[in-house]
Design a protein around this ligand. Structure first.
Ligand code: NAI
Length: 290
C-alpha cells in the first residue's frame, strides 16, 4: 500500500522550519501542492519574516514539487484566511490542513504574566481554530478533508513551567473531539499528533547525543498517515524517534453509590472510584444513569 497526495492541496502552518518543514517537504514529495505558511518569528513569537517559508518553497520547487509561501500569522484571523485564499486561488481546493505553528513562553505559573499566557493560547489554540474555520466550509463542500492538530506530551501529561502551553495544547484535543463528530458525515476527519523531535524548540532540552535520533523526519510518517485518505478519525498519535503509539482519554466503570451519596461516601470509596484498571475510551458524550 502506498500513500499518495497526488492531485491534493495541503496547507502546513509554521512550515518554515522544524516539524512543519519536514511535513511540507514530504507532502510535496508525495505529490501534494503545498502552501508553506510561516510567520518567521523568534521562538517566543516576536518578529517575523517571509524568508523561512520562501526557503522551504524553493527546496520543494528544486525537487520538482509545487508550493507557494504564505507569511501570515495563524493567530490573526485575516492571516489564517489568507493562506486558505492563497491555496484556493492557486489550485482551487484544500484537502489537508496541518495545524503545526507554535511558540513558547515558558514560565512557572507564579511568575507568568497573563500576556504570556494569552499569546500562547492565541497561537496554538486560536491559530488552529482560525485556520480550521477557514478551510471547514471548503472541505465540507468537497466532501473531503483531513485536518491535523499538533498537541504535545505537555498537553497530555503536564510539565513544569508550561501551564500556558499545556492548556493550549490539550485544548486542541478537545477541539478535535467535537470536530471529528461534526465532520464525519462529509468525510472530513480530524486527528492529533503528539510529537517529540529535535528542533529549535527543544534544542536546549534534548541532549546533543540524542538529537540525531529525534529528527523531525521521524515524526512526519505519522503526520502523513493521519492526513491521508486512509486516516482514522479522532486519534491522538504519539511519535518520537521511530516509536509510534496512541494516547487516549479513558473512563473506568466507577462505583454506584446512589444519588444520596455524601462527600464521606466518596472519600471512603475513592480507591474504587479512581481504579483505572479496565478503563476504556468512550464514544460520544453520554450520561449513564442505568
Ligand atoms: P519550530 O519552532 O521549529 O516550529 C514552529 C514554527 O511555527 C516556526 O517556524 C515559527 O516561525 C512558526 N510560527 C510561530 N508562530 C506562528 C504564527 N503565529 N503563525 C505562523 N507561523 C508561526 O518548532 P517545532 O518543534 O517544529 O514545533 C512544531 C509544532 O510541534 C509546534 O506546535 C510545537 O508546539 C509542537 N511540538 C513540538 C515538540 C518537539 O519536540 N519539537 C513537542 C511537542 C509539540
Amino acid at each position: 500500500m502506498s500513500i499518495s497526495f497526488e492531485g491534493q492541496v495541503a496547507i502546513v502552518t509554521g512550515a518554515g522550519g522544524g516539524l512543519g518543514r519536514s511535513h511540507a517537504l514530504e507532502l510535496a514529495r508525495r505529490g501534494a501542492k503545498v502552501v508553506v505558511n510561516d510567520l518567521g518569528g523568534a521562538m517566543d513569537g516576536t518578529g517575523g519574516s517571509s524568508e523561512a517559508a520562501e526557503k522551504v518553497v524553493s527546496e520543494i520547487k528544486e525537487s520538482g514539487g509545487e508550493a507557494i509561501s504564505n507569511g501570515g500569522s495563524v493567530s490573526d484571523r485575516n492571516g489564517a484566511k489568507s493562506m486558505v485564499e492563497d491555496a484556493m486561488s492557486a489550485w482551487g481546493r484544500v484537502d489537508v490542513l496541518i495545524n503545526n505553528a507554535g511558540i513558547l513562553r515558558d514560565k512557572s505559573f507564579s511568575k507568568i504574566e497573563l500576556d504570556d499566557f494569552q499569546i500562547v493560547v492565541d497561537v496554538h489554540l486560536m491559530g488552529a481554530v482560525y485556520c480550521t474555520h477557514a478551510v471547514w466550509p471548503i472541505m465540507r463542500e468537497q466532501n473531503y478533508g483531513r485536518i491535523l492538530m499538533t498537541t504535545s506530551p505537555t498537553g497530555l501529561y503536564g510539565n513544569f513551567g508550561q501551564t500556558n502551553y499545556g492548556a493550549a495544547k490539550l485544548a486542541q484535543v478537545g477541539f478535535m473531539n467535537s470536530l471529528k463528530i461534526e465532520g464525519a458525515k462529509n468525510n472530513v476527519y480530524t486527528n492529533t499528533i503528539a510529537p517529540i523531535a529535535a528542533t529549535r524548540m527543544t534544542e536546549s532540552l534534548i541532549p546533543e547525543e540524542v538529537q540525531s535520533k529525534l529528527a523531525p523526519e521521524s515524526v512526519t510518517p505519522a503526520a502523513l498517515f493521519l492526513v491521508s485518505e486512509d486516516a482514522p478519525n479522532g486519534v491522538i498519535m504519539q511519535a518520537e524517534g521511530g516509536r509510534f503509539s496512541v494516547a487516549s482519554i479513558v473512563e473506568n466503570t466507577g462505583a454506584k453509590l446512589g444519588a444520596d451519596a455524601t462527600p464521606e461516601d466518596i472519600a471512603s470509596n475513592f480507591d474504587m472510584i479512581s481504579d483505572l484498571q479496565g478503563a476504556k475510551p468512550k464514544g460520544m458524550m453520554q450520561i449513564n444513569l442505568s
